[in-house]
Design a protein around this ligand. Structure first.
Ligand code: MRU
Length: 342
């Protein structure tokens, strides 16, 4: 199973809104289709949406018919803006778009630049694969034999187009023959935990127990969990972490009960331009995601709803951030900038 495949003139994705019931693959041939797939969360997860945007720009570039490089670049920037407007929180999306736009500086002529853009999108994909492989190895070092790990949302291969981050570490620990058990939170409102994490773990025969989000405190306080490990959508310069709504609650529970709270993320998730997490834009999604479950209403019609898709965990709760360059700890202000300088 590949979350995303480049097929020369289009990309193929697995439609994550249909999992785990059906394995449906979609072909995206235009930048508009790529943007739509991100918006509708057919693809999701911070690194993966960056990849889809990068390939989306490459696809869009091939369709521009002009002899003027100036016009070509203006058109490409317009397409990039459409892709950038799909989801606001995961910084990987903007990092990938920025890298694609920077790549237009090479290539002698428009034909050359079009080829360069395809090569750059593939290079971003390769870099993410390599990064998630290393994150998985470093993350696995923190997982002891016999551990029960609680994870939230989905930070597996489906979210990255590579090995996954938090779930990649869990899978690597299993490959090292460590006896591990996973507790997966269902992750309301869109059930990425129940639908995607459980699906990915069961395919790999990794023992997993599904709980509702509200059960986490019960199991953690009983001593049933050795650590919490999650992914991230954006990490600010001081180490504050934006991740799927409900992550902050888990971090506080971990601290209260004396277990480590680990965040696994590639360097493309770090945003040193934001001094702290309160500057991270939080996506608010449609009320129907809360009032309905798979199209079935679960609340009285007309109720007022709030639906933030992410929350911010203050850095003081984060025991370590696991990146492709290794795991770093407080003081994040220093360790994060040192990491990016290297
Ligand atoms: O709204 P989603 O499903 O895109 O949110 C995804 C998450 O919050 C993941 O935990 C995060 O992107 C890390 S992916 C390796």
């Amino acid at each position: 199973m590949e979350a995303i495949t480049w097929l020369d003139d289009r990309i193929e994705i697995i439609d994550q809104t249909r999992l785990p019931w059906e394995e449906v693959y979609l072909q995206l041939s235009t930048y508009e289709e790529a943007a739509q797939a991100i918006k509708e969360m057919r693809v999701r997860g911070a690194p993966l949406i960056g990849l889809v945007a990068a390939y989306g720009i490459a696809l869009g570039a091939q369709s521009i018919k002009t002899k003027s490089k100036e016009h070509f670049l203006a058109e490409l920037r317009r397409m990039a803006e459409v892709l950038a407007s799909t989801r606001p929180t995961a910084v990987n999306l903007f990092q990938a778009i920025k890298r694609m736009i920077a790549a237009t500086q090479t290539g002698e002529d428009i034909t050359g630049t079009k080829a360069t853009l395809i090569a750059e999108a593939k290079a971003i994909h390769d870099d993410e694969r390599q990064a998630t492989r290393l994150i998985s190895q470093f993350g696995a070092e923190l997982i002891g034999n016999g551990f029960t790990i609680l994870t939230h949302c989905n930070a597996g291969p489906l979210a990255t187009g590579g090995d996954g981050t938090a779930l990649g570490a869990i899978m690597a620990a299993k490959e090292q023959n460590k006896g591990i058990n996973i507790i997966a939170t269902e992750t309301r409102p869109l059930f990425q935990g129940a639908r995607l994490t459980v699906w990915e773990l069961m395919r790999k025969d990794i023992p997993v127990t599904l709980i509702t989000d509200s059960m986490a405190g019960h199991f953690i306080s009983k001593g049933d969990v050795n650590c919490v490990m999650v992914g991230a959508d954006r990490i600010a310069a001081n180490g504050d972490v934006a991740n799927k709504i409900g992550t902050y609650t888990l971090a506080v529970l971990a601290r209260e009960n004396g277990i480590p709270f680990y965040v696994a993320a590639p360097i493309t998730t770090i945003d040193l331009s934001l001094s702290s997490g309160d500057r991270i834009p939080i996506e608010y999604r449609s009320p129907e995601e809360v009032t309905h479950v798979q199209g079935v209403p679960v609340a009285p019609q007309g109720v007022q709803v709030a639906n933030p898709a992410f929350d911010v965990t203050p850095h003081r709760y984060v025991s370590a951030i696991i990146t492709e360059k290794g795991a770093i700890k407080e003081p994040y202000q220093m360790t994060l900038s040192k990491l990016l300088d290297e």
